[in-house]
Design a protein around this ligand. Structure first.
Ligand code: SAH
Length: 400
């Protein structure tokens, strides 16, 4: 086994069980390993620290498989996949009994001790993303184990995320195991149906991380005039209509997303006459609505990642502040703002400060009535807080 020797003092994060080693922490690498191959991480005094996958192109040079001196092999990965399934078992049986939900995350990378591997299940199809050299190295075995452990037969691969480039990996999209008559089909979520396009949908096809927050919107939307910004294929829009919203205006820059949003409304037999889809840039449209003195009872802001890493945080903060400020202005007193950030570079505390700054500059009083995050099928390892990327606030505007 190749050995990676760390610089003096650079074992500290591993001793706290954080699973990443950056290139700058490495003293030397003995027998240059293959991309994704398994290496032992040793302290400068040659003590064993962890067994990891090696990513020669990435700044994150190694990601830990295990902190024990055990073989990293088929049995190792079988146990990890079983553990990921077991960790969701109680949650899943509640979902199955109460909500008919049949789409959820099955494996969430570092959080489940399998860095680089994402597996989402939509009905009876698994969608796999191999995001790192290590996950790519073991992909075929992981695919076989996933089928054995779930009893399913089809895996679709969506290894086309940008992060693969940093790992020196190309793109692969398509069937990995089994057969699929169409890559577009409906899944159920809290008694509603949504079409997923496995081939071209964002991430693995849709945003499963927002499931519980979509339900929350349904519960709060009754009789409200709702503005859903960055609506994508209508996850929040459909739930607002299902919750009895008086009207929903959905905005997205993608005409294709808006078309799918309309389809999802029809799929659920919801009142299309209460819905308007508007193609455009949210930053500009919010200004236009302000100039037209329009107002809403509920505004949703679920923008794309403005800051993937901490380096872009300041610029991203200005973007978040801008849309939240405008949204506070457009809200009627007694209205509700439901605002999210999925930027890894902005933590929950910082996001709350940005929203507070937006309320201050908008000249409104608001209170947080709920903190939101990703669902229970997207757990966060205590040793890997980076796994918590989605943060949201429900704010009540008490007065203008
Ligand atoms: N709320 C959605 C997910 C939002 S994804 C859900 O729950 O499913 C972000 C969306 O923002 C994408 O659909 C993208 O097309 C859109 N988008 C990105 N930048 C935009 C902009 N400046 N104005 C409008 N839409 C934008």
């Amino acid at each position: 086994m190749s050995r990676v020797i760390l610089k003096p003092g650079r074992e500290k994060s591993l001793l706290r069980r954080h699973p990443w080693i950056f290139s700058g922490a490495i003293q030397n690498v003995e027998d240059e390993p293959a991309s994704g191959g398994t290496v032992d991480l040793l302290s400068s005094d040659r003590q064993f620290l962890a067994r990891a996958s090696y990513s020669p192109s990435s700044q994150i040079r190694a990601r830990v498989w295990t902190f024990e001196e055990v073989p990293v092999d088929e049995e190792f990965f079988r146990k990890r996949i079983r553990a990921a399934i077991a960790a969701r078992a109680a949650w899943r049986s509640v979902q199955a009994e109460t909500s008919g939900t049949d789409a959820f995350r099955l494996v969430y990378a570092e959080s489940d001790g399998i860095p680089g591997l994402i597996v989402d299940r939509y009905a009876d199809v698994l969608v796999l993303q191999a995001l790192t050299a290590g996950a790519e190295f073991w992909k075929e075995l992981l695919a076989d184990l996933l089928l054995q452990e779930t009893g399913l037969s089809t895996i679709y691969e969506r290894s086309d995320a940008d992060v693969r480039e940093l790992e020196g990996l190309g793109t692969r999209v398509g069937i990995l195991r089994g057969q699929l008559s169409s890559s577009v089909f409906p899944f159920s979520e809290h008694q509603l149906q949504f079409n997923v396009n496995l081939q071209s949908g964002h991430k693995t096809g849709s945003y499963l991380d927002q499931r519980e927050n979509r339900l929350r919107v349904r519960q709060l939307a009754k009789d409200k005039a709702v503005l859903d910004c960055f609506c994508y294929t209508g996850g929040f829009t459909v739930n607002a209509l299902a919750g009895g919203a008086a009207s929903v205006l959905s905005v997205d820059s993608s005409a294709e997303a808006l078309a799918l949003c309309r389809e999802n409304i029809t799929l659920n037999g919801l009142p299309a006459e209460k819905h308007t889809a508007l193609e455009g840039d949210v930053f500009q449209l919010l200004r236009k609505f302000r100039d037209e003195n329009r107002s809403f009872d509920m505004i949703l802001l679920d923008p794309p990642k403005f800051a993937p890493t901490a380096a872009q945080a300041e610029r991203a903060a200005r973007g978040y502040k801008d849309i939240n400020l405008l949204a506070f202005k457009l809200l009627r007193p007694g209205g509700i703002l439901i605002t999210f950030s999925c930027s890894g570079g902005i933590d929950a505390g910082f996001f709350q400060k940005i929203v507070a700054g937006a309320a201050l500059d908008a000249g409104v009083d608001a209170q947080i009535i709920e903190h939101l995050s990703q669902g229970a099928d997207h757990p966060v390892s205590l040793h890997f807080p980076e796994g918590a990327y989605l943060k949201g606030l429900i704010c009540y505007k008490s007065r203008a």
